[in-house]
Design a protein around this ligand. Sequence first.
Ligand SMILES: [Zn+2]
Length: 356
Amino acid sequence: MNLIGHDAILEQFKTALGRGRLASSFLFTGPQGVGKRRFANHLAQSVFCGETRPEQLQPCGVCPSCQQVNAFTHPDLHIIEKPTDKRDIPIDLLIGERDHRMREGLCHDIAMKPTLGGRKVAIIDDADFLNEEGANCLLKTLEEPPASSILILISTSPLRQLPTIRSRCQLIRFLPLSTLQVVEVLNSLDLTHPPEDLEKAANYSNGSVKTALDWLDQDLHDFRDTLFAQLEAKDVTRDNFCHVLQKFIESAGTEASDRRKRLHRVLELSIEFYQAVMVWSADIAETEIADPTPIMHAAGWCRDPELAANCLQTCFNAQAALNANAHIPTLIDGWMIELGKVARGEVQVQDTFSFP
Ligand SMILES: [Zn+2]
């Protein structure tokens, strides 16, 4: 898997590896879908590759070590991420299950001698979802990093980490990709879409491959217009929309994780809409926005940034409830009813979501 973009970060790592001065703990931050995890895998592969030197940061991709990294079976590479059905990263993944505390888990594994005599690399994806207990478990590893180990936390923002974690990691900020780079990544994914669709998706992606892929999800794409028209009308529950939304979420599949993912996207789209209202209210030129669709709908709302901010908060509250594993149908009904009231200015927005 080739690395696309992030040249300055690549140079930074080449220099550090070449001088033998690589830090042991990193916090990779940046928007979703710009390649943070891909970069972490690339770094791991470069460190383990049997055919190239680490400081080249150009792993061969075919030697046994490179293949093991691709297959997630390399004995010195340890990766954890938030399970889709959990609200945060369970501490078992960090320090082992109750009966095997400190004898299993990522903190234990990274402290072991490298199996192949080189380095140990640990990657914590979804580090936004480290809870306080989990973060505290990590502190000891960060304070006394095992020799020759590299620990990478992947997060959307440094603000999502506790100061104790932030201060012990070298911060690496990933910026959005260029449109051309997004096209390049999409081309490497063996998608069946025609090239003009890939270009259009990249144009509207804000530099995120994830956003581009969502664009290519035809169902979601079609639903976006329906959703925006509904939000524009303010009376968001009209025409039995709660039911329409429930059906749309159910059509994502029978697995709860698929439905959860789709509702996440619907909430993100709603956030996009209210942000567009705020942009519209602030008279920012339309030409600065890659995708005019939300602005077009926002123009039909009203110039009331405060009301839009309240609606935004309602969507953030629903996001928090979803992350906290709320029952999906209940959440949809509750969010819709609340959003309708807030959009019509009938109630003050709350800081948290209250279930009906
Ligand atoms: Zn290799």
